[in-house]
Design a protein. Structure first.
Length: 555
């Protein structure tokens, strides 16, 4: 055999082996931190590097196959539309989050789950991420029978099950809409089940679908890990969330109450200091617009559960169902400067309230909110136990009860310096049954009603003190020894209107209920220990003696 023929045979063999080997579909860019990756749904190419707009990737699948590094940015071209799931991998760092954002001019890039994936945008066991300037939807096609297309669907879902603390999440300036999530209720009567609506599913299987969902779970419910997965430092802000079911925003912790699961107790508790309780911490929800006007299944605006140290502020929640803002199994939550309006009963839910500190909620402060035209203005539904302060709110034109007292005997509530304006209900402040064994201190409130004899529920533990009662004749509680019966002299008629995504909460609409000089609400209030530093309108407390109502007269 000649040398030449040997080389030819070697070349043929090498070529055959090379052809038999799988070929790379794309060239992997060098992985390094603080890198921008571009994605263009029309002109991109998954075989490109993705490292600038001229070499952009094309598909979500290409993004999802990449593990990103701290400080990296994933930039989707404005006006681009993708169908499927966006789930990039990796975690950022404390000072170097990974960011999903847009580039270029035009509409926000759109990620559409189309009902084919559980989560249109997903992060799991990851941390230090910022998501901004996206449009996200996850709507299953209509199925003929109303509700039959509802499923286990979410728009943006951040979750984990690795038994660690996951932290550093920011959702900013996103538009999440039309998510057809099913509606699962914790309890209730299964006779009310309907397509897309299920009662008595328990804690873990309920209320975890919707627009933006943060929750945690376990890999195997029958053998949970020894430590919970918790979320820390979560911010959801400046976003628009519309027509999403069950909720606009939902936050939950795992408890282990589903069939076959071993209970962990992390997400539920039987007393304030329950050692098993493992809440998520440092939660901020601010500046969002949440509305469900076009779906019969859009229930809570916000369902904020299993949290400790949370602030919910400057949001507009309009025409949602069940509850505009509800807390549940939560500690140290401040709900302030929100406008909540036109909450309605939906999908078999029993309530239609503006704000509700619900079961096992401690150190709740509800202040400086405008809650109007709901079923109930503020519902105090503190089952098991709880404590709440409700102060300097304007509660107006709610259809059923302006304030609904519905807590268990172990709960306490301080309700002071609110302005209550009733023009349609036979009830101003209402409670019944064992809820009237709970301790309610109702002090320094303006209770104004154009409806005569609007009820003010009394009991030995519902203590009225130093309130002003005005408008039509009201049944002034005999226990209110320092009651003031007079026209409050409001500055102007209360107008209509609700905030928009552009305006934010129109708290100033309620400034019509400031009182004029000469009002008997001025300088006739009782002194409250630690009342806060300001009134509803921002006026400093106190200018002389305390006033009655949500507004401190400035001079």
């Amino acid at each position: 055999m000649t040398l030449t023929s040997s080389w030819i045979r070697l070349f043929i063999l090498t070529a055959a082996v090379a052809l038999a080997m799988p070929q790379a579909a794309y060239a992997e860019p060098e992985q390094r931190a603080n890198t921008a990756y571009y994605v263009d749904a029309e002109r991109g190419n998954d075989a490109a590097s993705g490292l600038d707009a001229t070499r952009a990737w094309r598909t979500l699948d290409r993004v999802n196959r990449t593990t990103f590094q701290p400080g990296d940015r994933i930039l989707l071209r404005a006006g681009g539309r993708w169908t499927g799931q966006l789930w990039p991998k990796g975690s950022g760092g404390t000072t170097a989050p990974i960011t999903i954002d847009r580039y270029g001019n035009g509409p926000a890039p759109r990620v559409d789950g189309a009902g084919r994936v559980a989560d249109a945008v997903r992060l799991a066991n990851q941390q230090f991420w910022t998501i901004r300037n996206l449009e996200v939807t996850n709507q299953a096609p209509a199925a003929g029978t109303p509700g039959a297309n509802l499923g286990d669907l979410r728009g943006i879902h951040v979750t984990g099950d690795n038994g660690q603390r996951l932290e550093g999440f920011v959702i900013d300036r996103v538009h999440v809409h039309d998510v057809t999530g099913h509606v699962n209720w914790i309890g209730g009567d299964t006779a009310g089940n309907a397509p897309g609506i299920t009662f008595k599913t328990g804690w873990d299987r309920s209320k975890k679908t919707g627009g933006i969902v943060f929750d945690t779970t376990v890999p195997d419910p029958a053998a949970p890990p020894a430590t919970p997965t918790t979320l820390h430092r979560v911010t959801i802000q400046n976003s628009v969330i519309t027509n999403t079911s069950f909720a606009g925003i939902s936050i939950k912790q795992y408890a282990g109450d589903a069939p076959g699961a071993v209970p962990t107790g992390w997400g539920i508790r039987t007393r304030p200091d329950d050692p098993k309780f493992a809440p998520h911490t440092d939660i901020v929800i601010r500046g969002n617009y949440i509305s469900h006007p076009d779906t019969a299944y859009g229930c809570n605006g916000m369902y904020i559960t299993n949290v400790r140290h949370a602030v919910v502020e400057r949001n507009v929640v309009h025409r949602t169902g069940t509850s505009g803002i509800e807390t549940y199994y939560a500690d140290d939550v401040t709900i302030q400067f929100n406008e909540v309006s036109e909450t309605q009963k939906r999908a078999g839910g029993a309530d239609s309230n503006g704000i509700d500190p619900d079961k096992s909620t401690t150190r709740q402060v509800v202040q400086y909110n405008y809650t109007h035209d709901n079923g109930d203005g503020i519902l105090l539904c503190q089952f098991s136990f709880g404590d709440v302060v409700v102060r300097y709110n304007v509660i107006a034109r709610n259809i059923r009860y302006q304030i609904y007292l519905h807590s268990d005997p172990a709960s306490v509530a301080k309700v002071y310096n609110n302005t209550i304006y009733n023009d349609r209900s036979q009830y101003a402040i209402y409670g019944y049954g064992t809820s009237l064994q709970s301790t309610y201190d109702i002090t320094n409130n303006v209770v104004y009603s154009t409806v005569p004899d609007a009820a003010l529920t009394t009991s030995a533990t519902v203590r009225y003190n130093n309130n002003l009662y005005g408008g039509a004749a009201l049944p002034v509680p005999a226990s209110d020894a320092k009651a003031v019966v007079a026209d409050p002299l409001f500055a102007a008629p209360l107008g209509q209107g609700t905030g928009t995504p552009e305006s934010g909460p129109r708290l100033d609409t309620a400034f019509a209920l400031k009182v004029r000089s000469g009002s008997r609400a001025i300088d006739t209030g009782a002194t409250i220990s630690d009342p806060g530093s300001r009134d509803y309108a921002g006026t400093r407390l106190y200018n002389g003696r305390p006033d009655i109502g949500a507004f401190e007269h400035a001079g």
